[in-house]
Design a protein around this ligand. Sequence first.
Ligand code: NDP
Length: 261
Amino acid sequence: MDMNSFSLKGKIAWITGASYGIGFAIAEAYAAAGASIVFNDISQELVDRGLKAYAEKGIDAKGYVCDVTCEEAVQALVKQIEAEIGVIDILVNNAGIIRRIPMIEMSAEEFRKVVDVDLNAPFICAKAVIPSMIRKGHGKIINICSMMSELGRETVSAYAAAKGGLKMLTRNICSEYGEHNIQCNGIGPGYIATPQTAPLREKQPDGSRHPFDQFIIAKTPAARWGTPEDLQGPAVFLASDASNFVNGHILYVDGGILAYI
Ligand code: NDP
């Protein structure tokens, strides 16, 4: 086997919402594999934070402010990236939000906002990059899904609805554009220690572990939370030529919890 098929040399990768956390770790791995990194985030403050973090790692990333729920802004950003850097080879739909609210207490507006960021935005971003990928003759789209693409759980109705939808959007992009040598797959992280999940690891007033933290340790065969770094190898694989016949899948990177829960 030619191990160079795992290389991303000469590729341009756009990772959404990648100033920190999972997106940052994926971008870091892509840079190590040889790709040029482009990321966006929702505010200048986050982009500046990301640019500083990439520079500290010796990565020459380009960062842009862009709300991925705004189709006009996304179309303009893709045009700008194509003009300044080149055609995007790899899109990672990473930006996401979660709201933990019991369903009957959640407003329709709050529900819509989660679906907007976690489902509509990946559609908007994929739609913006696919035409150039078709012209170029290849492309990789990786949607960051969740275990909630498969499971329901208390307080995450909007997130589960959106991430379940994202799984099906992944399959649909595969079905619709696979003939153009575009592979669209998902990564379903298990419980990953990031700022998004920090409240679930907060110590109780009596100093004991958060009940959810205890649940994760008990239910994950790996007996630990995942780290953003755990997602790096799978993300490189799905972005590389090594996965050219893998299409429409969700790769769960969860320490085995989905198999056990
Ligand atoms: P976050 O989900 O906290 O956010 C990633 C970035 O996206 C943040 O900088 C966030 O900004 C940004 N963002 C939010 N809305 C928009 C928008 N409309 N336009 C542009 N950027 C936006 O980071 P994580 O690393 O925790 O998660 C990354 C992905 O992984 C998400 O899709 C998440 O759902 C998924 N995931 C995470 C898991 C975990 O355990 N952490 C488990 C399973 C899936 P801001 O900080 O202002 O919100």
